[in-house]
Design a protein around this ligand. Structure first.
Ligand code: HEM
Length: 449
């Protein structure tokens, strides 16, 4: 019997045990290591590549089962965070190069086309303006992660040797390093706490009452990320589409815009920035605090915008978190998906030296259906000047395309009459440098590839 994907599950359930040994890690829960190497691979010889995958890569993959066991053991043995995490995904070009039978290739249309073909619809820069390495059609992406950058470097070196011996044609490594603030929370380069709101495909924390769910239940069904793997051993072999996008952040321009907005509104820089993001720097959301107190509740996530106090004057409709998750009910649903990104580049969040380039987010995410999840969120929500309301403007963090629309901000929290329209809208501080769509297949498929 195939397990039902339209629900979330407990990680101790029979259902999880049925799928966990054949499923790769980082899909249902994040690998949670602070250092990660994203290794892009182009094979030279399909037969040698298949042997490499079967003999050298598969035995190193961290399955969902191993990831769960490690996270339990970690509670008693902190050294386990130094255990290597590894997973492996293939692009459609990779499947074709390896001569995989068409009946065994995942059928998502955007995956089959590849990100380059889909990028005009996302209003990305033209492919020949992407970072040169991403203009290549990569066959595979191998991710190795560790809590120690030194150990990770050694592991990357070893993998490079293995790949070179297997006559891999080209390798490109994109290093990610998690940034943290003084509260030990993960932040992105504009300085805001990130990764607070995520679908929880495991019900464990919710059932244990560790997450408050009065107004927002983050319990996400498995089908926000999992799909049946057509090449897998049986009906309980699953995989997931994997989106990679390198997003460069212009920190200087963002900080200037925060300051400019604060001057126009005559509010603090902190409050101006919070209106663009929807949360203060330390993660406190603009809803439902009355009025918000940035130093108190920190990673609070139990809110929705249907609450009586959810007008735009409290959290602007166009702010990043309201545009990407309008929370019209109390429960998470598609198009939401697990985000697995990590920051890259030098940490300058504590200095006055705000970089204009070479820092940003390696945006990574797992999807069940790329068009109706990631692409829908980017195209129909973030880039749309009329979502979630007529005239709310593009998402000031990730909106692409329309530069001349307007956005609405407020001089006073909760006061509709204090609204100010800004034109042209603030945004375009993030530049897409390149990306690809992959599929993270079941272990059984890779063993028999
Ligand atoms: C450099 C690029 C980006 C930056 C700096 C950024 C920053 C942030 C921050 C600070 C948060 C608040 C923390 C949280 O609620 O988890 C957030 C949340 C979120 N972001 Fe982004 N983000 C970026 C790219 C993206 C992209 C490309 C997407 C999807 C197309 C996206 C979708 C989301 C979603 C869905 C949330 C959670 C909203 C909620 O559930 O309330 N982000 N992001």
């Amino acid at each position: 019997m195939p397990i039902q994907l339209n629900k979330s599950i407990n990680s101790s359930s029979t259902e999880f045990n049925l799928i966990a040994g054949d499923l790769q890690g980082n899909i249902l829960m994040p690998h949670a290591r602070n250092f990660a190497a994203q290794i892009f691979i182009k094979f030279k010889d399909s037969e040698k590549a298949k042997k490499l995958i079967q003999k050298k890569i598969v035995p190193k993959i961290t399955t969902a089962k191993q990831q769960k066991l490690n996270s339990i053991a970690f509670k008693t043995n902190k050294n386990l965070r130094y255990k290597r995490f590894l997973n492996f995904s293939l692009s459609k070009t990779g499947y074709d190069f390896l001569n995989v039978l068409s009946t065994k290739i995942p059928q998502d249309n955007s995956f089959k086309q590849g990100q380059k073909k889909m990028s005009p619809g996302l209003k990305d820069p033209a492919v020949n303006d992407w970072q040169i390495e991403f203009q290549t059609d990569w066959h595979a992406l191998l991710i190795i992660a560790n809590a120690s950058s030194k150990l990770l470097k050694n592991q990357v070196k070893k993998i490079r040797n293995i790949l070179n011996h297997a006559s891999v044609d080209v390798i490109y490594v994109e290093m990610g390093t998690g940034l943290k603030n003084s509260d030990n929370n993960h932040i992105e380069h504009f300085g805001y706490v990130d990764g607070i709101s995520q679908p929880h495909m495991f019900t464990d924390k919710i059932e244990a009452g560790k997450i408050s769910t009065n107004n927002w239940n983050p319990g996400g069904t498995l089908d926000l990320a999992l799909v049946s793997d057509p090449g897998g051993k049986d009906e309980n072999a699953f995989g997931s589409y994997f989106i990679f996008r390198k997003l460069e952040q212009n920190v200087k321009a963002f900080k200037e815009a925060e300051k400019q907005l604060a001057d126009i509104l005559d509010v603090s820089v902190d409050y101006a920035g919070a209106q663009m993001v929807g949360r203060f720097r330390n993660g406190v959301p603009l809803i439902p605090e009355t009025p918000p107190k940035p130093i108190q509740t920190k990673k609070f996530n139990d809110f929705n915008y249907d609450l009586e106090n959810s007008s735009a004057a409290k959290c602007p409709f166009g702010s990043h978190i309201r545009t990407t998750n309008p929370r019209s009910g109390k429960k998470i649903s598609s198009p939401q998906f697990p985000r697995r990104g990590i920051t890259y580049g030098k940490d300058s969040t504590n200095s006055s030296n705000n970089p204009e380039k070479d820092v940003g987010l390696l945006f990574m995410a797992h999807n069940r259906n790329i068009a109706s999840q990631f692409e829908f969120m980017q195209k129909s929500w973030a880039n749309n000047t009329n979502f979630p309301r007529q005239g709310s403007g593009i998402d000031p963090i990730i909106g692409q395309g329309n530069k001349s629309s307007e956005q609405t901000y407020f001089k006073k929290w909760g006061d509709e009459t204090s609204k100010i329209e800004i034109r042209p809208s603030l945004g375009h501080f993030v530049t897409m440098k390149g990306g690809e769509y992959f599929f993270t297949p079941s272990i059984s498929f890779l063993k028999r590839i």
